[in-house]
Ligand binder design. Structure first.
Ligand SMILES: Nc1ncnc2c1ncn2[C@@H]1O[C@H](COP(=O)(O)OS(=O)(=O)O)[C@@H](OP(=O)(O)O)[C@H]1O
Length: 634
């Protein structure tokens, strides 16, 4: 190793480089190169002024950790590439003492340059190392007072190194020098390079690649496009069907608020959570498809009902509708396949399509529930139907406010059939049905008197009576709640029904009305006060258009009753073929029976006057079995 000062010529553009006092010689470290070459230049910056030293050159730089000075390397201009070819390097002479560098060695674009800034450097003359065209530059700036830099500038031409004047100092002469390695000589790098490498993969055959691209892409691209289109179609279908499905299901649940209880209760118990969910999706999907299909095919649907089976709930309306549908000329609702009740009940005037059921578009919308002309043609061809007459059998029509007015506005000439059943039996049938659906009713006709719908609920003690009173609310305010309700005092009942009666017929019904109707014992009891409900219909339809059917006769002599109804609605009885059908919407009592005392108390308190009014309306002394529950009733 040789000193830059010893070997370097004066730089071409060099400044005033003055020699510095010679430092005390120190033992030069033995730095062996892996390739055996030794073109290293050791730059030593004195502790009294040389703080940081940066060396730039084609080989990069390193940090001299002991000196806290910086040594960095970069390309040194156009000619700043380091060459490390051992063949070009002469034998290394015995190392002289390292030079002491105080100044900058500038070599223009192509030279090595060493600069030193700082107080000591300012006082000291500058030393410049002139590069020979391929050298790096070394700059030394002020850093710490005690710092020094030992830097090996590799690849610097001997000429550039020789330009530096030796300026060793005693403090650095004795300093231990770290052992550094150039990147391409670092043992870790060399070890990594000497490691065996996995064999390179054989070069791809361009022909096979081409074959893949040109032969498979015609198959894969259409497949990918088809998959993409299918996903798009599924997304669109979901967007188009799911949203209306949810909206329509909500309308349906508004009209029949007990249906969601089915998914939570009996359906889960029978089919499990996933099964109940699937059942619900099927139901809502079918309902959505049915309603959307009906609305889309509205131009093909010219029919409005010729008559209604308007009530009463749990009085055999499903059976009567089924018997009437046996007639070739009569058609009910174009219902949901597989859903018995919704195949007969539109719930239209009760608000299943919202306020539109009462507005100017009501007739147009209502037609969507009835069959198309295609059905009429098919019936004429296959069953010899003369003309098609449609009917709507929604049993809650008889009990809901304003339905009579709305129906009369749309179909003023329609006939209306009511089936009446001994009221307590009808209410108990409803209670049993709702309970079977999982509706947690807080009232029961099976309970002893005072336990709910008893003789004097206001004075009744016990948790059930407290719940009944608490759950009622007051007037219309109570209609908003979705929870099941129960008993109300007479005053509250009167206020509620008066408030409902005061609504304009084309006003939307209160949001909680169906829930209030189905889940409140009071509403059910009011619904079974037939005389009052019939009076409302009689106010909107001529009396000759109204017919009352006794449930008991429907059970005992269904054909006679059906023929009477056929004659009433104007259907040709000659072409009617009767066949006995199983009871529709039969409730599973599972051994439950009305409590006799409760039944007697409710009949007396709630239905005695109403029944008397009905008998007077009908011009009869009474109806068989109405003094006591019909034997066929539980
Ligand atoms: N043919 C015949 N024989 C005996 N009982 C019969 C018959 N047809 C209907 N029913 C009974 O009527 C009750 C159902 O009435 P609805 O169809 O009007 O119910 S609903 O309002 O439509 O839900 C329901 O009463 P319950 O069983 O007491 O709940 C049916 O069993």
């Amino acid at each position: 190793m040789e000193s830059a000062a010893a070997n370097g010529p004066q730089p071409p553009g060099g400044g005033a480089a003055a020699p510095t006092p010679a430092p005390a010689p120190r033992p030069a470290p033995k730095l062996a190169r892996a390739d055996g070459g030794a073109p290293f230049v050791l730059l030593h910056v004195a502790a009294d002024g040389g703080g940081s030293s940066s060396a730039s050159g084609g080989c990069g730089g390193g940090r001299s950790g002991a000196s806290s000075a910086r040594t960095s390397g970069s390309g040194g201009g156009e000619g700043g590439q380091c060459q490390h070819h051992p063949a070009e390097r002469p034998e290394a002479p015995p190392p002289p003492p390292p030079p002491r560098l105080h100044g900058a060695a500038a070599a223009g674009d192509a030279g090595a340059r060493i600069e030193e800034f700082g107080t000591a450097a300012a006082a000291a003359p500058r030393t410049e190392i002139g590069g020979g065209g391929d050298g790096g530059s070394v700059a030394s700036s002020d850093g710490g007072a005690d710092g020094g830099v030992d830097a090996f500038v590799s690849g610097a031409p001997r000429a550039a190194a020789a330009a530096a004047k030796p300026a060793p100092r005693a403090a650095f002469a004795a300093a231990p020098l770290p052992r550094l390695h150039l990147s391409h000589e670092h043992p870790a790098v060399l070890a990594a390079e000497s490691r065996p490498r996995p064999p390179a993969p054989p070069p791809r055959r361009p022909l096979r690649t081409l074959a893949r691209v040109y032969l498979l892409s015609p198959l894969l691209l259409p497949l990918a496009a088809a998959l993409w289109l299918a996903a798009l179609a599924a997304g669109l279908a979901a967007a188009l069907l799911v949203a209306p499905s949810l909206a329509l299901a909500r309308r349906l649940y508004w009209a029949c608020p007990f249906i969601p209880y089915i998914w939570r209760g009996p359906a889960r118990a029978r089919f499990g959570r996933a099964g109940a969910l699937l059942l619900r999706l099927q139901f809502e999907g079918a309902h959505c498809a049915t309603v959307v299909g009906r609305l889309l095919s509205l131009p093909l649907r010219p029919y409005l009902p010729a008559f209604y089976i308007a009530g009463f709930p749990k009085c055999g309306t499903t059976s009567l509708a089924a018997y009437l549908r046996l007639h070739p000329d009569l058609a009910g609702i174009a219902g949901m396949p597989g859903h018995e009740a919704l195949g007969k009940e539109s719930h239209f005037f009760g608000g299943i399509l919202g306020p539109a059921a009462a507005g100017a578009r009501a007739a147009a919308l209502y037609r969507s529930f009835f069959p198309t002309v295609l059905t009429a043609w098919w019936r004429a061809a296959a069953r010899g139907a003369a003309s098609l007459a449609c009917f709507d059998a929604t049993p809650t029509f008889a009990c809901m406010p304003h339905v009579a007015a709305r129906a009369a506005a749309v179909t003023p000439n329609a006939k209306v059939v009511f089936v009446v059943r001994e009221p307590t039996a009808a209410v108990f049938s409803a209670e049993t049905m709702l309970r079977g659906m999982g509706v947690p009713l807080p009232w029961s006709l099976a309970a002893p008197p005072g336990g709910g719908a008893g003789d004097d609920p206001e004075a009744a003690a016990g948790p059930q009576a407290a719940l009944l009173r608490a759950s009622w609310g007051a007037g219309l305010r109570g209609l908003g709640e979705r929870r099941c309700g129960g008993w109300a005092g007479d005053a509250e009942h009167d206020a509620l029904w008066a408030a409902l009666a005061s609504l304009p017929p084309d006003a939307p019904l209160p949001p909680g009305l169906p829930a209030a109707f189905y889940f409140r014992a009071g509403s059910y009891l009011r619904g079974a006060q037939y005389a009052d409900r019939l009076a409302e219909w009689a106010a909107h339809f001529p009396p000759e258009n109204l017919m009352v059917v006794d449930f008991r006769r429907l059970v005992e002599a269904p054909e006679s009753v059906v023929r009477e109804v056929l004659a009433f609605v104007g259907a040709d009885g000659e072409r009617y073929r009767f066949r006995r059908l199983p009871p529709g919407m039969a409730t599973n009592y599972a051994g439950a029976k009305m409590h006799p005392a409760t039944r007697a108390a409710v009949a007396r308190r709630w239905f005695a006057a109403s029944n008397t009014s009905l008998f007077r309306m009908l011009g009869v002394e009474g109806l068989p079995g109405w003094g006591a529950p019909f034997e066929g009733d539980a």
